[in-house]
Design a protein around this ligand. Structure first.
Ligand code: SAM
Length: 197
């Protein structure tokens, strides 16, 4: 077997273990786990506080909980559809390692700011509308510790949509405003490390 095919097969086997027994109808994660494992290997031991904006059925949350062993995750989502029951079931086994914050991200980010919460790793994958993404990036950035990592999904999503319906214009402006955001990957997702200012 070619090396690349072996790497993919190994990653798929690991993912099968991670998601075994869970109930998902969507997969926005499977195509990303190889790069996540490579990109974030060096922060596995130092990541204990994770924030996720946009959790849906909990697939990415399950991945972070398994990958960052021992980490606690705060999951922010509207939690408004029937898939919420699947989120609850999929995450039930993690007990106190999970906090669910239901409501708009702008509201939840405000709550976390009031609490003076600090995170080591933040995944921004909520609304994909430009202005919402901007709010999420700005709000999340304030909650990220120096040296922490923020990952933004779907940078290249729907390139023909009007700007207001895309992620990229918000991420580009966020990066322009924040030179302390050191880009560690820019592809379909954008990962940045927060340099101390
Ligand atoms: C693509 S899904 C997240 C997928 C998940 N990260 C995964 O990979 O398994 C996007 C989620 O963002 C949530 N969402 C959309 N707009 C939101 C908002 N304004 N505030 C909070 N969550 C929002 C939706 O309810 C949906 O569950």
């Amino acid at each position: 077997m070619q090396l690349r095919a072996r790497v993919v097969a190994l990653a798929q086997a690991r993912d099968a273990d991670v998601f075994a027994g869970k109930d998902f109808r969507h997969d926005w994660v499977g195509a990303r786990t190889i790069s996540w494992r490579m990109l974030f290997e060096d922060i596995r031991d130092t990541t204990s506080r994770v924030l996720e904006i946009g959790s849906h059925e909990g697939r990415s949350a399950v991945f972070w909980l398994e990958f960052f062993a021992g980490a606690h995750i705060t999951c922010v989502d509207l939690f408004s559809g029937d898939w919420t029951e699947r989120f609850d079931r999929n995450l039930a086994g993690y007990g106190a390692r999970v906090r669910k914050l239901a409501g708009t991200s702008i509201k939840s980010l405000g709550i976390l700011r009031e609490e003076k919460a600090v995170f080591d790793f933040i995944y921004v994958d909520g609304s994909h509308r430009r202005d919402d993404v901007m709010i999420d990036c700005l709000g999340a950035w304030r909650l990220l510790r120096d040296g922490g990592v923020m990952l933004m999904d779907d940078y290249t999503w729907m390139p023909n949509n009007p700007d207001a319906e895309r992620v990229a214009p918000a991420v580009d402006i966020f990066l322009a405003w924040h030179p302390e955001a050191e880009v560690i990957d820019k592809s379909h997702q954008v990962a940045v490390r927060k340099r101390p200012t």
